[in-house]
Design a protein around this ligand. Structure first.
Ligand code: ADP
Length: 396
């Protein structure tokens, strides 16, 4: 089925038009500056990129611009929007209501709205994308695919926070986890690469701008590093990862920050950017460290150290590990980062072949011959997962 995938943010909207079987991408692009002025970048494989300025006061005009360019005789890829069999929407927070993807109807929209307090920045934007599609293509079925859904199989001991239980019961405070669509895709690929054994223990390292690890037992998520929100876990590009809450009180007291300012620091000015003062991009950090910048090196060391710690923790929690998977921008592309994270993991039975590891963005087994634990590089494909879920739900 030909599926349009929409990932709507507050002022941007990414789209991809693809075949759910096999994953061929016909077109993809990005609407930016929605609500400001409006800019569209449209890419068709084998053709030159198209960039246009189109007024986009709301998400409605953005979706309309996407549909217009898709059917444009010169720049488009389809004759009519009827060729779009269904739309799949990426939705950030599904709370406890969504353990899997679902067809979008009134009840689904209400449930996504109820999750707004848990995903205050993303869910309203995701809803704007959904509502724009409903308005402009009312006959086309739509599906919501949640970043949190894959993690809903975590056992209570993994998702409960050690704070008064009433906050879980009354206020839904628990670990949810994110990047679920990516963890689901790469863990399924890893299990396939292991030869589809009846039982499997996989650690997925999604290392990108935002990063998270997950522990996956028999294909089901058993634990993950992100929490109620995507700030938790280990240091990321600009996010701190887990910090001692005492730091918040201490800094807020010293500098008079309110909680919004404090969270802005933890979300936007921390992580490897915060430690290095150089950049949130690991390529810049590699360059700076190579030139002797000690704080850039410290930021890289901290990142490697924390990822390694979680790998050990998850191997221990699962009682072993069969495969460690690297994915997303850093995991797929940084040869050095993968090598350094895997250094010293021989005690776990994980030995990397550093020659095989010299690979970027290609599904590869990079473990050494005889390594008990497989080490895989698996490019993530969240769009394909969304397309497959959408086709499965709409094909019935
Ligand atoms: P997002 O979380 O925005 O989807 P990505 O998964 O695309 O992010 O990851 C982007 C990050 O990947 C960049 O910020 C950069 O740090 C990192 N990255 C990409 N290519 C390389 C590379 N060759 N070496 C090191 N880091 C890389």
């Amino acid at each position: 089925m030909k599926i349009l995938i929409i990932n709507a943010g507050s002022s941007s909207l990414k789209y991809q038009f693809m075949e759910s079987e096999g994953g061929q991408v016909f077109a993809k692009g990005l609407c930016e500056r929605i609500g400001i002025d409006g800019r569209l970048t449209h890419k068709v494989p084998g053709r030159e990129d198209v960039k246009q300025e189109i007024p986009m006061p709301t998400h409605n005009e953005a979706i309309q611009a996407v549909l217009d360019i898709m059917v444009d005789p010169a720049k488009g890829v389809i004759a009519s929007t009827d060729e779009i069999a269904a739309v799949g929407h990426r939705v950030l927070h599904g709370g406890m209501a969504f353990t899997q993807s679902c067809i979008i109807d009134d009840a689904c929209i209400e449930a996504i709205k109820k999750c707004i307090p848990l995903g205050p920045l993303h869910n309203p934007a995701n809803l704007m994308g959904i509502e724009a599609c409903q308005k402009i293509m009312p006959k086309t079925p739509q599906v919501a695919v949640f970043d949190t859904a894959f993690h809903m199989t975590m056992p209570p001991k993994a998702y409960i926070y050690a704070i008064p239980y009433e906050y879980y019961e009354k206020d839904d405070v628990r670990r949810y986890g994110f990047h679920g669509t990516s963890h689901r895709y790469v863990s399924a690929r890893a299990i396939d690469m292991l030869g589809n054994p009846e039982h499997s223990k996989v650690i997925c390292c999604h290392l990108g701008n935002g990063s998270s690890l997950s522990a996956v037992v028999d294909g089901k998520c058993a634990d993950t590093t992100m929490g109620l929100g995507p700030l938790a876990g280990f240091p990321m590009g600009t996010r701190s990862g887990d910090v001692d809450a005492t730091i918040l009180e201490y800094l807020m007291g010293r500098y008079g920050y309110d909680i919004k300012e404090m969270l802005n620091i933890l979300n936007k000015k921390s992580g490897v950017l915060g430690i290095s003062g150089v950049s949130s991009d690991f390529r810049d950090l590699d360059d700076a460290a190579a030139k002797g910048n000690e704080r850039a090196q410290l930021a890289l060391d901290k990142f490697i150290y924390e990822v390694k710690k979680f790998i050990g923790a998850y191997a221990s929690a699962m009682g072993g590990v069969d495969a460690i998977v690297f994915t997303a921008g850093i995991g797929e592309n940084s040869v050095e980062m993968r090598e350094q994270i895997c250094q010293g993991l021989e005690y776990l039975g994980a030995k990397m072949d550093t020659e095989k590891n010299k690979v970027r963005g290609k599904e590869t087994d990079v473990s050494a011959d005889g390594s008990k634990v497989k080490i895989f590089v698996i490019p993530t494909n969240e769009e394909l997962m969304i397309a497959m879920d959408t086709a499965a739900l709409c094909g019935k």
